[in-house]
Write a protein that binds this ligand. Structure first.
Ligand SMILES: Nc1ncnc2c1ncn2[C@@H]1O[C@H](COP(=O)(O)OP(=O)(O)O)[C@@H](O)[C@H]1O
Ligand SMILES: [Mg+2]
Length: 360
């Protein structure tokens, strides 16, 4: 593991290698063909099991995990949809790591995604030297996932051009990749047990509307919702920001009262506070709250040698909450002027006092 010590973010199967090994050793339940764990053990890996020393990684409805795992054991793909920052990518990574021990067979969807990046391409030097042979073939995640019986992740699938989405259709229904250039048996790569696809799509930006109806039929949809409960969200932000700060060499854990103000502010600006008019057009997700808490801790520690304060929250909010929208900046300013003074506590007062630090 020494090699991984300096990686900013190793994949889930590396980060939680010991947990996965322990689950595998004690797993006595039935496993679907080709799976590394039973559904029961995979669920515990994701939602945690305190008694067995398995950490809680995804906070949310455990029945969502059960349904997702059942879908993956069928021949339909799993589509996770939801707002940005609701942990769709994290969940797909965790599920892939649990089901097949590998989460890196991933296609990142975007406007420039091509069929080559989904199926296969060629090593041109070898192709010229010896023609199309299995050696000159460069497999992409779908081909590898099928050949090895693994879970393939397709991130942001709706951002891909429709032609690329369409090429997934036959792959998902026929469960074979044809490589017409290769002669004989090499020209057909059939999917082995354990292969399936987890796709993710944001409901903002380019949403699921952009997905072809034919493709929709090949997936079961699961919606991932933002964390509803304040205490649960606070706990998650505290844990995740604490972990990130430790990795960034910060010697002081984040202050609870500062995080309370931060998480409450995010919820207010999400429109779930007392005044729905405070809602910003930017997505104020839990993932953003974690990254602001991280930045607040970094500011405090590296600028002054102490944990961050509510004044640091104001400094970090402008870049997250307002981005390039003058309307959001105005709403944020109004929130700090009008709503914040109504709240009680020294960190709220400090947040109010620091309001002039907003740029512009
Ligand atoms: N329900 C949740 N459970 C665990 N972490 C969450 C949850 N919601 C948000 N997060 C945080 O958000 C981060 C992941 O966001 P990400 O998976 O990139 O979201 P998405 O793909 O939906 O945009 C996680 O690393 C975690 O810190
Ligand atoms: Mg994502």
């Amino acid at each position: 593991m020494a090699d991984n010590a300096h990686l900013q973010r190793p994949p889930a199967e590396v980060r939680f290698a010991d947990e996965l090994a322990r689950l595998r050793d004690t797993d006595r339940a039935h496993r679907p063909p080709g799976w590394a764990l039973s559904l029961e053990a995979a669920r515990r890996f994701i939602v945690g099991d305190e008694a067995a020393g398995i950490s809680r990684k995804f906070v949310g409805d455990p029945s969502l995990i059960d349904r997702s795992l059942v879908t993956l054991a069928t021949s339909r793909g799993l589509m996770l949809v939801g707002e940005p920052g609701t942990a769709k990518s994290l969940l797909s990574e965790l599920i892939a790591a649990a089901v097949c021990g590998e989460s890196t067979l991933t296609i990142q969807g975007g406007a420039a995604t091509t069929e080559d990046q989904v199926k296969y391409s060629w090593n041109y030097a070898l192709l010229v030297a010896e023609g199309p042979t299995p050696r000159s073939l460069v497999p992409a995640p779908m081909l590898r996932g099928m050949a090895e019986g693994k879970v393939v992740r397709f991130e942001e699938i709706t951002r891909c051009p429709l032609e690329v989405q369409d090429c997934m259709l036959s792959l998902l229904s026929e469960r074979v990749v044809a490589v017409p250039e290769l002669p004989g048996a090499d020209g057909m790569v059939f999917a082995r047990d354990g292969f399936n696809v987890i796709a993710t799509a944001n409901t903002r930006d380019r949403g699921v509307n952009e997905m072809s109806a034919a493709l929709k039929r090949r997936f079961n949809f699961e919606t991932v919702f933002p964390i509803a409960d304040f205490g649960t969200e606070l706990e998650l932000v505290e844990r995740e920001a604490g972990r990130l700060l430790e990795r960034s060499g910060v010697g002081a854990p984040p202050r609870r009262d500062v995080l309370e103000v931060l998480v409450r502010t995010f919820r207010d600006l999400r429109g779930s506070g007392p005044s729905p008019a405070d809602r910003l057009s930017t997505v104020m997700s839990t993932a953003e709250a974690v990254s602001v808490a991280h930045a607040v801790g970094l500011r405090g520690w590296y600028l002054r040698g102490e944990p961050g304060s509510a004044a640091d929250v104001v400094e970090c909010l402008a870049g997250t909450a307002a981005k390039d929208s003058p309307e959001d900046l105005a709403r944020l300013r109004r929130y700090l002027e009008q709503q914040v003074p109504r709240r009680k506590g020294t960190q709220w007062q400090e947040l109010h006092r620091a309001r002039h630090r907003l740029p512009g």
